[in-house]
Each structure stands twice: as structure tokens, then as C-alpha cells.
Design a protein around this ligand. Sequence first.
Ligand code: S3P
Length: 169
Amino acid sequence: MKKTTDKIILVGFMGAGKSSVLSPLANKLDLKSIEMDSILLQNSGRSSIEEIFLNDGELRFRELEIETARILKNESGCVIATGGGVIQNKIILDYLRTNGIVVYLNTSFAEIQKRLSNIGDRPLFRDNVQAEKLYNLRAPLYESYCDIVVTTDGKNIEQISEEINQKLN
Ligand code: S3P
């Protein structure tokens, strides 16, 4: 049985469904939805994540991620969907995990590849081989940092959010 909390952090690789699960889960738990990348974008002066990577570089994106996590440190009453890369930065995790429960959406690489193959908006998912390397690097980190794991292959958004809900209780 997990400690009750009103701050849920969704983590997982690109395409795992963090943004899709965000609102249905927040509605179910009667919490507000926070999309970390949207806040980051608002504070970046750019119009897309791709534009940040292209014009300012990944390092600048990671700085903006740290800044966003710092802003969210004292948030409560919310579900936060993170970007897939937060797992590689302990400072970000420490900010986000303050009084929160980390839920890992575990999706196989094959499934992610299917989901993202026609969506060209991920700067770090341009090349399948590189993306799979990143996936293999991050998978154990998500596992080790999370409080709850939900596998998502073959499940719809409602099933995933209901499973998270049950595991929180
Ligand atoms: C990234 C994931 C993206 C976005 C950025 C970097 C990553 O978010 O933050 O492109 O490093 O995995 P999603 O996980 O929502 O795709």
C-alpha cells in the first residue's frame, strides 16, 4: 500500500503516454494537470521544443528543464507529466520527487517505435538505433527511481489511469 499523496509524477520514455494519461488521471484523482514541457516552453521564448534544440541546443533545454522542475518543487494537488529525459538528471528528480510519488509508464521500445514512427517532433527520436540506445540507457533509471510501475503495452488510456489509481491506494 502506497502512502497517499496529492502529487503524482509521471515518468517514462518518449511516447510512453505520459501526456495522454495526464488529464484522465488528474480528473480521476481530482488533481490539476501539469505538463512540464509546456511550462518550460512558456519560459523559453521559443515556440516549440524542437526550436529550442535547434537554436539553443540540448544543453540549454536541460537548463530550462532544471528551472522548470525548481518552479514545480513546491506544487501539490497535481499530476505532473515530465519529459522523457528528466530521469538523467538527479537535480530534476530531487525537485520533482519532493512530497511526490513517481509513476513509471513502462512501454516496450517496439511499441514506442510504432507510436512515434510518423511523428517527427522529437529531436532525440530521429534515428531508431540512437533512440534504442537511449531507451536502454534510461530503462533501468526509470525502474530504480520510481515508486510504482505500470506497463502500458496493449492497454488503453483508461486502463492505464485506472491501474495507476488502484496502485496508489
Ligand atoms: C525528451 C523528451 C521529450 C522532450 C524533449 C526531450 C527526452 O518529451 O522533453 O524532446 O530527452 O527524452 P516526451 O517524453 O514527452 O516526448
